[in-house]
Design a protein around this ligand. Sequence first.
Ligand code: EPZ
Length: 417
Amino acid sequence: MAKLIIEGGRALKGQITVRGAKNAALPILAGTMLIPEPVRITNCPRLTDVENMVGLLKTLGCRTKWDGDALLIDASSARTAELPEGLAGSIRSSVFLLGPLLGRFGAAEAPYPGGCDIGNRPVDLHLKGLRAMGVRVDETSGRIRCLGRPKGTEIALEYPSVGATENLLMAACGAEGDTILVNPAREPEIDDLMAFLNGAGFELKREGSSRIRIRGGRRGRATAHSLLPDRIEAGTYLVAAAITGGHLVLRGGRKEHLSALLTALKEAGCRIRAEGTDLDIEGPERPRELRRLVTLPYPGFPTDMQSQVFALCTVARGTSVLEENVFEDRFRHGAELRRMGADCDLRGRAAVIRGVRSLHGAQVTARDLRGGAALALAGLRAEGITVVEEAERIDRGYMDFAATLRSVGAAIRREDE
Ligand code: EPZ
């Protein structure tokens, strides 16, 4: 178990370099199963979710090797298409492997991916799409068993699910015939996955904002790919500057992937300048409230930034209303923030947050990855000492989180028990 001990009240100052995106790394690592030749992924963050996915690839017979921030994967000797209970059930992204395994072997088997702390995380849209491609999907006995080479077809997604889009476009790469995905997700990580697959000899392209065409019958070949920067890591550190009234320069981000967040932070009173791939942010002495913020699929406000902005709103001048439309249980950080003096009501999909002049340090618990990061951000502002328990959850999505914050002036240390 790990915990973070934070002494609040310091305005952060300095520079942070944005690392590669976790939510691009995971589907791309799954996609290496489509390619029977060596692949090199650079700018790859060493996160627990990434290490777990590497573990899954090894159980499928892949050879993997870290070389600095580059990850070398060789799936040429991969044979089995069956994922083991233990590891696969524990990380959601194991479900991403169904598509590439079907595309490569015409068979795939996996346990139901672990639901997690932000909702029950069904995979019905993934399986409905695979069935539409002629794959036989059997869901008895708590495992997902798929059989049959996917056949190209047109699939309309009822909801622009990120994971379902990624799974289906990877299955389509190995299908007989072309596939059209209608109403696919538009997150930038999908485009990074498509760029990776195109670099490996597959042929995928967006046709306007509501269709992706995937040519079937291609064979993947050796390639190298550098991951796009992590917009959620970048956004989290932007909020760290906002909540502490600090001044940070984020290097290597992509402002065009952050426009909804930047709009919200300007509404909260931050001064933000973008120069090339640098984002320069100065936080206000006390943030203004966000009258109404609604999380939506990209390019709407990202659900993965909701808890961090929730923390910012707890010390705002007025009352903020946040609506979480993507996941059904993503306000668990609210109760923890109340222990620090926040004044908030949680009403189903909406949170009403009445800003207080200051929070006080407390012992709190990270309930999920982004909620844990939000508690740490609140601790940076709070008077006194905050201890964030179960901080290993934060390691799933942030490399060296405490060290990165310390490098820009935070009084934060980590204790591993
Ligand atoms: C991806 O999850 C991300 N994870 C999540 O990031 C992110 O919050 C989410 O997309 C939305 O942007 C990875 O990329 C590894 P969805 P995913 O399928 O694919 C429902 C983080 O903190 N749904 O777009 O699971 C689902 O229940 C993580 O980095 C179905 O009903 O997201 C949810 O309510 C958290 N049936 C909504 O759609 C399905 O078959 C969005 O899910 C699939 C999804």
